[in-house]
Design a protein around this ligand. Sequence first.
Ligand SMILES: [Zn+2]
Length: 280
Amino acid sequence: MSKRGTYIAYIVLGISIFVLGLTSQALATAPVAQISSVTSGHLESSDRVILSKRETPFAHSPHDILTNTVQASIASIAEDLRPIDCAIDACVALTFDDGPDRIHTPALLDVLKKHKAHASFFLIGNKIAGREEIVRRIAAEGHDIGNHSWAHPNMTKLTAAQIDAEFNQTQVAIANTGVPAPRMFRPPYGKQNALVASRIPVPRILWNVDPHDWAAHTPEQITADVLKNVRNGSIVVMHDTYDITGESRAIEALSKSYKLVTVSKLLSIKPGDRNQYFSR
Ligand SMILES: [Zn+2]
């Protein structure tokens, strides 16, 4: 479903729940016929049909609970409908390098979806063949895709022509899967120099939180390191080429305190931007 379609669906759902709430309220307070007495199996002329309001016997009747639930649901839907604004909300951009990976990238996408989180994936060009479906899934689920070079070299050792080839081949490989060509680049190992900066035509995205998940760190160490160092506006570098237990726990914990957004959302990147970023 398109974003617009999703919004419309939420609005229809919200209105339905609201109408349901009003209907239940009307039913609960409607006058009801109460027959005061019945003699010999039929109504006597003296019998009175009393119309009275149904009394609420308890402070927290089922009706109250339903009304409160409906109101809470409407408030929650309204909050979900409000677009994330990183000028107001505390936002963090999680980034995952060196994929796509056949096992870990889909597993990570499942975790992100579960926690309504978005992230950015910096892909290596020569890993894309045969994994096009994963690239399309990353884009389809609202994540950013960035260029992480073709073969993951130290870019500071390359000539201008080699830098161009690393960047351009990867742009083509990603675009050929049917998703938009990336609009950001992450130099392998974070290594760059003036020549790299002059050749790369999109923003270079670095990071300010690095739990070194590629080293032999335990899931507990990875999660603790991220939680200790992350701030509003942080860019966190991790990888989707190893077991993602630590990353998954970090996502779960962070999603309670931060909006987890793409790098382009965090930085509001405009076309033509060629700056480098470590955080917002
Ligand atoms: Zn890398």
